[in-house]
Ligand binder design. Structure first.
Ligand SMILES: [Zn+2]
Length: 323
C-alpha cells in the first residue's frame, strides 16, 4: 500500500495526487514557511486531483488561508491543469509561473487544444476541466527569483528542455530541488527493491529540446542540490547520482533516436527500442533479487508507457536540429 501523504525532512509534505486515479504517478508538495509566513504548494496536478490536495491540506493541518504561494514547474496538464480550481480554493496564494506559461494559464484555450492533440479526448476527460487562472494572480518568474517564506527561501531556476517554459524550485533549507520533469521520472518502489536508483528521462514532444535538457541536467548535477523532489514520483537522494544516471540515459536515448529517424513508423519503433533499453538495464538486478514485472507493474508502467511520447519528442528534436 502506498502512503498518500509522507512527511519529509525539513517541513515538506509529499502528497500523492493519484493522477487519473493512479497512485504513485504524480506528487504535489506542501512546504512550511518559517514563523507565520504560511505555506507554499508546488505542483497542483490536474483538476481531477484537486480534492486530494484539499484533503491532504486538511489532514496536515493547513487552512486554505495559510497557503500563500503556489508554484508550477510548467503548464502541462498533469502538473498545472488544476491550477484554475486550486487557485480559487487557496484564494490568498500568489501564483508563480514562467512568463511563457502565464498567458496560457490565464487563457487556457490553446493549452487545452494542444493537450487534446497530445493526450486524446479520453485522457483529457480524466484530467478534468482546465479552468482559467484569474488574471492578476500570477507572478512571472525567471532565473534567480526568490520566493520568501519567512526566513526560508525558495529560488527559481529556469530549466528549459522538457518544455520552453520549465522552471525548477530550489529550497535552500533542504538543498532540495522540485524538479518537475527536468530530472526525469523516478521509480521509488523499484529503486528500493533493487537497491539502486531507477529513473529515466522525460522527453515528450512537441517542445522537447535535448541540448537544453542536457545543459540543465549538467547544471543540476554540478550544483549544491542534494535532494530531488520529483513530480513523478517522490523524494529521492543522492541527487548527483540520480542526475548522472538520467544524463547517461538521455545521451543514450538521443543517440538511439538517430537510428530511427528515416524509418517508417519511427515513433513506435523507437518507443519499443527505448523500452528494451530500459528493461535491459533492469533485468540483471531484477533476476538477481527475484522480482518479476508483475510485482512492480505500476512503476513499470510509469517507466514504460510514456516512452512512445518520449520517442516522438526525441525524433522531433532531431529533425529540428537538422534543419
Ligand atoms: Zn509530467
Amino acid at each position: 500500500m502506498l502512503e498518500k501523504i509522507i512527511e519529509l525532512k525539513g517541513d515538506i509534505w509529499q502528497v500523492d495526487l493519484e493522477e487519473r486515479g493512479i497512485p504513485g504517478w504524480t506528487a504535489g508538495y506542501y512546504i512550511k514557511g518559517e514563523g507565520k509566513s504560511g505555506w507554499m504548494l508546488i505542483e497542483t496536478g490536474p483538476a481531477s486531483s484537486a480534492e486530494r490536495l484539499f484533503d491532504a491540506a486538511n489532514i496536515i493541518g493547513i487552512s486554505p488561508q495559510q497557503v500563500k504561494h503556489i508554484g508550477v514547474t510548467h503548464i502541462h496538464v498533469d502538473h498545472a491543469g488544476g491550477l484554475g480550481v486550486v487557485s480559487r480554493y487557496f484564494k490568498d496564494a500568489q501564483i508563480w509561473a514562467h512568463p511563457v506559461g502565464e498567458r496560457h494559464l490565464v487563457d487556457p484555450t490553446r493549452l487545452i487544444e494542444g493537450s487534446r492533440a497530445v493526450y486524446g479526448e479520453k485522457k483529457m476527460q480524466e484530467y478534468g476541466e482546465v479552468l482559467p487562472v484569474p488574471e492578476g494572480r500570477i507572478r512571472s518568474v525567471l532565473e534567480g527569483e526568490i520566493i520568501s517564506l519567512g526566513g526560508r527561501t525558495i529560488e527559481v531556476w529556469e530549466t528549459p528542455g522538457h518544455a520552453r517554459h520549465h522552471v525548477c524550485f530550489f529550497d535552500h533549507k533542504t538543498k532540495g530541488i522540485f524538479s518537475g520533469d527536468t530530472a526525469g521520472v523516478y521509480a521509488p518502489h523499484l529503486s528500493k527493491l533493487l537497491n539502486h536508483p531507477v529513473a529515466r528521462p522525460a522527453t515528450p514532444g512537441p517542445d522537447f529540446n535535448g541540448e537544453l535538457m542536457l545543459q540543465n541536467l549538467y547544471r543540476l548535477a554540478r550544483s549544491e542540490v542534494q535532494n530531488i523532489y520529483y513530480t513523478h514520483f517522490g523524494a529521492a537522494s543522492p541527487a548527483q547520482l540520480l542526475l548522472e544516471l538520467v544524463i547517461g540515459q538521455l545521451l543514450m536515448h538521443m543517440h538511439i533516436a538517430k537510428d530511427y529517424l528515416k524509418e517508417e513508423d519511427a515513433v513506435h519503433k523507437l518507443g519499443k527500442a527505448l523500452q528494451d533499453e530500459i528493461k535491459k538495464g533492469l533485468r540483471i538486478s531484477m533476476v538477481e533479487k527475484n522480482i518479476d514485472e508483475t510485482m512492480v507493474s505500476n512503476e513499470m508502467k510509469l517507466l514504460m508507457d510514456p516512452l512512445f511520447d518520449s520517442a516522438d519528442g526525441l525524433l522531433a528534436d532531431l529533425r529540428k536540429s537538422r534543419q
